[in-house]
Design a protein. Structure first.
Length: 89
């Protein structure tokens, strides 16, 4: 099963910069178990619209069955880890 973590961000977004080190730590620890996709909403508005992203940062955890969890705003490592595990990562 493929597990994806989509990180919707923008270069001008302060909270997105706060989220980055948390995501980097998770990738370092368990990056083999899932795929991180960074989506710049300024460049990929169609993808942001597809996932109904209205605030940044937004993190979406999905697997082959669809969206497992969605986080809006800076999200702590433990919450992301739990969602990745639930998705099968």
């Amino acid at each position: 099963m493929t597990v994806r973590l989509l990180d919707f961000y923008a270069d001008w977004c302060g909270p997105c910069k706060t989220q980055d080190p948390i995501l980097e730590e998770i990738v370092e620890e368990r990056g083999d178990a899932f795929e991180l996709q960074k989506v710049n909403v300024d460049e990929e508005q169609d993808v942001a619209n597809q996932y109904s992203v209205r605030s940044l940062p937004t993190l979406i955890v999905e697997n082959d069955d669809g969206v497992v969890d969605r986080f809006v705003g800076v999200t702590q490592k433990e919450d992301i880890d739990a969602a990745l595990s639930e998705a099968g990562a």
